[in-house]
Each structure stands twice: as structure tokens, then as C-alpha cells.
Design a protein around this ligand. Sequence first.
Ligand SMILES: NC(=O)c1ccc[n+]([C@@H]2O[C@H](COP(=O)([O-])OP(=O)(O)OC[C@H]3O[C@@H](n4cnc5c(N)ncnc54)[C@H](O)[C@@H]3O)[C@@H](O)[C@H]2O)c1
Length: 334
Amino acid sequence: MHEEVLLLNILVTGGAGFIGSNFIHLLLGHRQSDRLINFDALTYAGNLDNLDDIHEGATYRFIKGDIADKETIKKVVSNYQINVIVNFAAQSHVDRSIIDTTPFVHTNIEGVNTLLEVAREYHLAKFVQVSTDEVYGSTPAQTRFDEQTPLNPSSPYAATKASADLLALSYFKTFGTPVCITRSANNYGRYQFPEKLVPLMVTAALRGKKLPIYGNGQNKRDWLNVQDNCRAIEMVMSNGKPGQIYNIAGRQHKTNLQIVKIIEKQLAVIHPQVTFVKDRPANDQLYAIDDSKIRHELGWRPEFSFEIGMGDVIDWYVIHPERWQPLLKKVKNR
Ligand SMILES: NC(=O)c1ccc[n+]([C@@H]2O[C@H](COP(=O)([O-])OP(=O)(O)OC[C@H]3O[C@@H](n4cnc5c(N)ncnc54)[C@H](O)[C@@H]3O)[C@@H](O)[C@H]2O)c1
């Protein structure tokens, strides 16, 4: 009984994906007394090899399932006495949302609604919805969007994430469900599926392939080390105020072309292979968010400098071809 009061039983959904698996590594590294259930549908982007150094036991368990499956979620929450949900599960790739919106609506909206319903029914202590800076839409130059900025998503992906944010906030306002939302910048790090810019370009460059960049390569993103994001999400899980949104920035704005040039330089590519391809429809020019709130209220600061963090990550993909080579067959248009 005493143990139950102190224990956090955390349901991490989407824990086999990029950010979720980094989050599980972080938590299991220093929260040995908590219990963590990783619930993931293992879509093309879910990869249990991301967690192959972690063994199932008293503190960690993997369960395969869909977050939109209410009966299963209820069973997991009840069987494992879950008191916290951190939701990373999502369809996360903008290009795929332009081809077919259906899985995005299913997971990013219906799935989140299911998790919220269960959180409400079981009176969970915290529900963290992991969202994105893309919900604000493109930022005008010299501007930073804070948490009060109205949502203005451009892609179907961002629209489903914005919908989930609004649903989550409505659960807080209507039912008092203790929801927090994190909206982070573009993450870079290990275990990312090689359809996203950094691993896509590194793995293509290592194989001497063309490096296709959308439009003129001048679209700017803010780059955040995934481990810094995971520390921020843990802070929000532990100390975030219910009903609040927290932006998490990298404060490292780079054009896509700059990122590819950094990769080429580090890999000492002799014959650059950059090609400019037709831009993605509704491709936002810039994402720029103000992260003063999480810095002041929760004391979060990034630990990684962009140069060291990005350098290490590029090296990791170079040193570990066994991590990404088996995944290439699942990447579209390679
Ligand atoms: N990667 C980024 O740069 C970034 C930036 C900001 C926000 N985010 C958000 O962070 C979260 C995680 O992103 P990521 O890059 O790790 O994504 P990812 O695509 O690497 O991982 C998503 C995971 O969710 C799982 N999943 C998908 N549908 C599911 C379902 N119906 N039920 C259960 N599991 C399901 C997948 O199997 C996969 O393991 C997403 O919500 C995304 O919107 C990502």
C-alpha cells in the first residue's frame, strides 16, 4: 500500500518510435522505482530494436496495441494501476499526411481522444500530450510564437496535432482532467526513422545517393536535441501545471540547406549530391517558438550545444549502419 502511493506507473504510448524510445532510455536510466509500460502499435515507424538494451521485468514492460482501442487501453491502465500517461504515439510524417490523411485522423485525433477518455474515467494524475510547434503554422520573420498564439496549422499532420491539443485542453476545462501539452521544435537524435531530414540525408550521403531538398532549401526549422526535449517532457510530467502548454525550443534556426551542408561537411563528401526537388505543398517557411515559459516556470535549459549534439548524432548514424539499413525498405521514394 505504501509502495502504491509513492510509485509512478507511467504509460508511455508510442515508446518504440524516435522520441518515445529516447524518453524511455532517459526514464529507466534514473527512475528505477517507477514502473513503465510501453504501449505501441509498431507501425512502420515503431522499432523495438531502439530499446534492445532494455529488458522486460518489474520496472518495464512492452505491450503491442493501438491507442484508439479503448478496451485494451482500459485493461492496461487498470491492470498496471497506471497513474500517468505520456503520449508520443502518432503518425508523424508530414509527407505521408499529404498522401493519405486517414491514419493521421485515426491515431492523432481518435487515438488521443480514446486516451483522454480513459484518463478521465480512471482519474489519472497526469496526462502529457506531446505536440509540435507545427500547430502554430509558419512564423513571420522576427517573430516568436508563445503558448497563447492561435493555432494555424498548414499540413494535415499539423491539423490533426492541433485538433488533439484542443481536445486535450477541452478535457481539462470540462472535466478537470490534468492535461499538459508540450510543443517542441524539430528534434534530432539517435533512433529516428530514416525518412526524416537528418537520418534521410546522412544515410543517403553514406550510400553516395542524391540529397533531395524541397524547393530552394531555404525553409527554416528550429533544431532541438531529442535528449533535451525528453528532459523537458519529464519536467512537464513531474511538475507541469494541469491545463498548461509548454513550448520547447532549440533556439537553433537553420535552413534545410544548411543542415545538409553540415552533414556533407562532416562526412567529407567530395562530390556534393544536393538536388532541389518540387516543394511540398503548403510547406511552412519558418517555425519559431518562444520557450520562456518552460525556462522560467520549470527551470528547463537545453544541455546540448547544436554543434556538439548534431555532430554526435551524425557520427552515430555513421557508426551504426545496422540501426538504419534494415529500415530503408520501409522508406517511401528512396
Ligand atoms: N520528431 C520531431 O521532430 C517532433 C517534433 C515535435 C513533436 N513531435 C511529436 O512527438 C511525438 C513522437 O514523434 P516521433 O518523431 O517519435 O514519431 P515516430 O513516428 O518516430 O514514432 C511514433 C510511434 O507511435 C507509434 N504509433 C503510431 N500509431 C499508433 C497507434 N495508433 N497506437 C499506438 N502506437 C502508435 C509508432 O509505432 C511509433 O513507434 C509525435 O506525437 C510527434 O507529433 C515530433
